[in-house]
Design a protein around this ligand. Sequence first.
Ligand code: FAD
Length: 514
Amino acid sequence: FHTLRVILGDQLNSTHSWFKQQDQGVLYLIAELHPEATYVTHHIQKLCAFFLAMERFASALKENGHDVCYLTLDDTQNQSLEEVILSLTKQHNIDRIELQRPDEYRVLQQYHQLITSDSKPTFNMVDSEHFLLPFNEIPNFFQAKSTVRMEHFYRKMRQRFNILMADEREPEGGQWNYDVANRNKLKAKDLDDIPAPLCFQHDVAHLLERIQRHEIPFLGKAESNLLWPVSSQDALSLLTFFCEHLLPNFGRFQDAMTSQTPHSWSLYHSRLSFALNAKLISPKHVIKAAISAYRENDNIDIAQIEGFVRQILGWREYVRGMYWINMPDYQQQNALNAERALPSFFWNGQTKMKCLANAIGQSLDYAYAHHIQRLMVTGNFCLLTEIRPQQVDEWYLGIYVDALEWVELPNTRGMSQFADGGWIASKPYAASGSYMQKMSDYCGNCHYKVKEKTSAESCPLNSLYWRFMVKHRDRLAKNHRIGMIYGNWDKQDDAQKHAVLERAQWCLDNLESL
Ligand code: FAD
């Protein structure tokens, strides 16, 4: 072999131009790496999903006539990515190494070290051919350490790629954004209509054995039948299922939460994030298929399709831009000086707060929670209780099957924790129990009383919310989207204010027992 091409676990893009032809002398490397499996404690289903998808990808390449070297944890032992690449280069007398641009800063650093080392081979880094916005155009849309609004970026992307447009300038349907139509609560009568999710049944017994034998620490519930998609065929089936059964109600119930059905964990969400992030499927293809379904079916209206397109063409591309323009500074941000430790119930779901017990419990069971659970349940709790952003990041980065730093970090540190001081969010996503009651049915059978603010049984979110707002008044009162909230606080008498703040302090002092 003269050339080694490295394929990372999140670069499983079968449509990449590398694979257009079988090249004599080119060896593809796919490797299970101990450092990748341990840089944070991952959910066991996440480890299995990546390893199985990598195995399947290697087999498919071999079937298509490519030369592939697949190394398991047994082969690579404790070696780093650089060590594995260099030893293979030596073994096969390789003089050229080709890489796809990694999505994570950590890996880019590793590649830079490799490229600048004294090794003989020449290096070439190519695009991963996945995102809509070319990497080198990120600086045209984003500015470091500055506020860039998603909505502004999203409109530009709609125009640029001519997606859901009436003409060159105007959006189809006359409105750019149907967010206000995306806030319905699920009522009892809606629950029976929620479709059972499409779950795969991939045997991962051999991976569970291997991961345990190598003493890789993990969290969450191990399943010998993995439900996540691990090939582009799986991803396409999941997409077809989504377009047919879930898209007609996607936008409508996008922010809803329930614990009252067996399908509460998945609702109308696509669960395509792992397949997208591993590049088993391209965002362009997902958007195109969803828009075709919208054009062909009367039961999908503009609010549903726009809500879905906004997540992928808007939010997903936007957080990638914000990540790259702000790294490595992003991972140092802690604008609100949050310093408390994450309570241990994040690792076992054992809390009396029903909203948290549900969101954490299903994350441990499935390595998945939908957006509003991540943002407004676990995220909101960490924001109000001032958990150290690095610990919050580590939890999110480990527990979700789709968690890769480029998308996890801006969402967690930026959007949910406001630790960037507002580069992403125009205001902190802080909420009291009344939000939970409005958007979910969690409060009905909760130990705490959502209507109460100061009693020992009062919902902790109520007092914590006011404490947070009062503490950050100087920063937040100027914000026209929040300013008026302080009128409600000022109207209360001093005794009531004191009781609220006292209850909040008790909650903060007793986080572990909530
Ligand atoms: P759907 O609800 O079906 O949405 C469709 C697709 O849109 C998703 O698959 C995803 O690719 C994209 N999308 C939606 N919202 C966002 C967003 N805010 N940012 C980027 N893409 C988005 N997403 C990840 O992929 N990995 C993460 O590690 C991750 N961490 C998050 C942490 C926090 C604190 C929050 C608030 C959000 C996080 N998200 C993350 C975004 C979002 O919650 C998930 O993409 C989504 O829940 C995945 O489920 P789904 O595929 O069913 O999404």
